[in-house]
Design a protein around this ligand. Structure first.
Ligand code: ADP
Ligand code: ZN
Ligand code: ZN
Length: 738
């Protein structure tokens, strides 16, 4: 027997399959997906590799084939389906096979098992009762009697129970063991990262809309479904009903969430219904916890896994459903090579095993909604809030240009200030949201709202530290402007306020209010996100200030006011998804208000009250937003009408980089005569870690030619000296621009 093996070395030129002989002794044991030790290269260095296939006939002269040395037996393997998935990821997203395999294996190394010792009787019951009577008469041996008595009532006892609870000394225990009166057993216990008090909440009766969605999804198993439900419409309840039905069929479920910070909230709700059958998988777990969850999934000890995108690769054998909550979230796209999109890969995985895919969102991504409308996916809608008395909040849009004219230079408008005071007086809670992620230093006029844009592209220029303004789409640049070209005001500058500054301003403007802040800086510690969120939920603070981390999916019934400080910040991130992202963030932020029985208000502060993503968000009108956005996408040849491939080149040497990127551009034009090629241009971060960065975008109606282009460039990178000093990366259908 022969094995095809991918060598576990990151270097690109080794991205090749090597054949090895399987020694007879290993034949019965080996299977695809296992990791093995092989002699590799001239020096026969012991190297780790993945078996990706087995065959009876060698494809090389037999005498040239070396033997596999040993199998690594630690339980970490990739099943055939996951190998297929890795191969697809490699082809579509452009990476080495080894990197793709590492992606689909969510644990890296074996971690020693936690063991627990238990004790049980080793003699017949009657004999034990006789012995007990004897021991009872001997006053020096009462503790042995206590243990026997306990083991006569209870089949087995843990070591802690024996020593701590019963107070039996280790020497008495040893004595009874040595006399074979009792016996010891060692068993493996899994680390269980879910520690939740089971608060009893009554299971909810689904409303008509929820029931229709559940029925509709179950009626088309193995297909892709979009659950489009407004914020607070009870999507989680729908997921739970679906999970219940899937488990009843003996199948397993993966639930993806966009942010680790949502883990506790999501898992608690599932835990109430499914108890220990639920577990989590994410990077905050210890290596031991991760390994154990992987083994539990493999051995069928859990049926539901909740986690961010990497949880997609849990080794469930009977996977029946993949649920992707907040489907539109950019966090589902990997930032490192292979830059796969968990939603797309989930759909591939479902096709391999027949699982149903459920995508849930209040603000579906435009590309997904397009597929739902054109019948590629099924569409189910939830149009009302589920909780009794809960209605969508009232939205107020504040024009910051007017505030500025009224000489209000604070970051809180008059109306927002007034409403915050009102809430504080009524002891209700407030969330203040700063859309900082989109902050890329776009330059705007505080008097008229004018935004400096590129001459050649419909994107804003961004201010750089060197004082110039650049288009990171086409490479155009110009000196910074000092006065507004429209109104002549000199208050034109890069916009930027951090959450920390907001926190300080809240304390100054609302003395006495208790403030909590949630952003990347405050949540570096292991449990701090959960702490901050639960403190706020328990009413330990009046105001929560934060970035988009606070708008995603959280359910705080006492929040009756949400303030969005500068809604425009995400609009000028300079890419085609900017409007979609702004709309989504605003609707999600607004969705945090008035989720309990108290009605809610939302204040959106903006320099562009007429922009369609803001107008539509204010009306919570997804359809209207979609109609405008899809027309723009079609006109501009953006996804979902075109696929887009970004090729990013990095090098410490500019001339080599220029040459290589020019060659990439040439190849694109030759191989894809129908396509549109933009660039090469300097990336937004034009130099990182001493390397220059350039990017080319190629748009094509279908994906196939782009995949061929990736393969072609890969080939050239291996063979052409032009690429010697250049590191090339691919990003298929990027969700942010370079
Ligand atoms: P979404 O995820 O769609 O924003 P959630 O699933 O968080 O909404 O539900 C919003 C609120 O509505 C929650 O407090 C939930 O307990 C409540 N809820 C959901 N379904 C029902 C129902 N059928 N009856 C009563 N309350 C419900
Ligand atoms: Zn102006
Ligand atoms: Zn430009």
């Amino acid at each position: 027997m022969f094995a095809d093996i991918v060598v576990d070395i990151a270097a690109g030129e080794l991205d090749k399959v090597f054949q090895y002989r399987v020694p007879e002794a290993l034949e019965s044991e080996i299977s695809a997906g296992m990791r093995v030790i092989i002699p590799f290269g001239r020096g026969n260095k012991r190297t780790e590799g993945y078996v990706i296939g087995l065959t009876a006939v060698p494809s090389y002269p037999e005498e040239k084939i070396k033997d596999i040395e040993q199998i690594i037996n630690d339980g970490i393997t990739a099943e055939q389906q996951l190998i297929t998935l890795a191969a697809n990821i490699k082809t579509v997203y452009g990476s080495t096979m080894a990197a793709a395999l590492k992606t689909v294996i969510p644990v890296k190394k074996q971690v020693r098992a936690v063991e627990r010792k238990t004790y049980h009787l080793n003699i017949p019951k009657e004999e034990a009762e006789e012995l007990l009577e004897k021991l009872k008469k001997d006053r020096r041996r009462t503790s042995g009697a206590v243990l026997l008595q306990a083991l006569l009532c209870q089949e087995s006892l843990s070591r802690t129970a024996v020593i701590q609870n019963l107070g039996v000394s280790p020497s008495v225990l040893k004595n009874l063991l040595d006399r074979h009166v009792i016996a010891e057993e060692t068993c493996r216990v899994y680390r269980k990262p879910v520690r939740i008090q089971n608060e009893e909440t009554a299971k909810k009766m689904l409303n008509a809309g929820q029931q229709a969605a559940v029925d509709g999804i179950l009626a088309a198993p193995g297909e892709v479904h979009l659950l489009h439900g407004i914020t607070g419409s009870g999507k989680t309840e729908v997921y739970m009903a679906l999970v219940e039905q899937t488990l009843a069929k003996g199948q397993q479920v993966i639930v993806l969430i966009p942010e680790i910070s949502l883990t506790l909230q999501t898992v608690s709700r599932f835990y109430q219904l499914f108890g220990d059958r639920v577990s989590v998988m994410n990077s905050r777990l210890s290596a031991g916890e991760r390994y154990d969850q992987y083994m539990r999934a493999k051995e069928g000890d859990v049926d539901i896994i909740v986690g961010p995108r990497s949880a997609l690769f849990m080794p469930f054998e009977r996977l029946g459903m993949i649920i992707i909550d907040e489907e539109h979230d950019g966090a589902y796209k990997s930032e490192t090579t292979p830059k796969y999109h968990a939603r797309e890969v989930a759909i591939w995985r479902s096709k391999l095993c027949g699982a149903t895919v459920v995508l849930g969102s209040a603000t579906p991504s435009v590309a997904v909604y397009h597929k739902a409308l054109t019948g590629v996916y099924h569409l189910h809608r939830l149009t009302v809030r589920a909780a009794a008395d809960s209605v969508l909040p009232k939205v107020h849009v504040i024009d910051l240009r007017e505030e500025f004219k009224l000489k209000n230079k604070k970051i809180f408008s008059e109306q927002l200030t007034e409403m915050i005071h009102e809430r504080l007086a009524k002891k209700e809670q407030v969330m203040l949201f700063l859309n900082r992620r989109g902050y890329a230093g776009f330059v705007s006029c505080r008097n008229c709202g004018y935004v400096v844009k590129c001459r050649h592209c419909d994107v804003s220029l961004t201010a750089h530290y060197d004082g110039r303004m650049k288009c990171h789409y086409c490479g155009y640049e110009q000196p910074a402007v000092k006065v507004c070209p429209v109104c002549g005001s000199k208050y034109i500058a890069a916009f930027g306020t951090g959450t920390q500054k907001v926190e300080t301003m809240v304390s100054q403007n609302f003395p006495g209010a208790k403030v909590l802040r949630l952003d990347r800086d405050t949540t570096t510690k292991k449990d701090s996100i959960d702490e901050i969120l639960s403190d706020f939920k328990n009413g330990d603070a009046d105001i929560l200030v934060g970035t988009q981390m606070i708008v995603k999916g959280h359910d705080f019934p006492k929040v009756t006011l949400v303030g969005v400080l500068a809604a425009d910040l995400s609009m000028f991130s300079g890419d085609y998804l900017a409007a979609e992202r702004t709309f989504q963030l605003l609707v999600q932020a607004a969705g945090r208000a008035g989720r309990g029985s108290l009605p809610g208000d939302v204040v959106i502060q903006t320099y562009q009250p007429d922009n369609y993503s803001i107008v539509c968000a204010a009306h919570q009108d997804y359809e209207a937003f979609y109609r405008q956005e899809i027309a723009y996408r079609e006109m501009m040849h953006y996804p979902p009408f075109y696929h887009m491939l970004a090729v990013l080149g990095e090098s410490s040497r500019m001339p080599e980089l220029d040459q290589a990127m020019a060659a990439v551009g040439k190849m694109a034009e030759v191989l894809l005569p129908e396509s549109e090629v933009v660039g090469p241009a300097s990336a937004f971060v034009s130099r990182a870690k001493d390397a220059y960065r350039k990017v080319i975008y190629i748009k094509s109606r279908t994906m196939r030619p782009l995949i061929q282009l990736i393969a072609g460039i890969d080939q050239a990178v291996k063979n052409d000296r032009i690429f010697n000093k250049v590191y090339i990366q691919f990003d298929m259908d990027p969700v942010s621009m370079y």
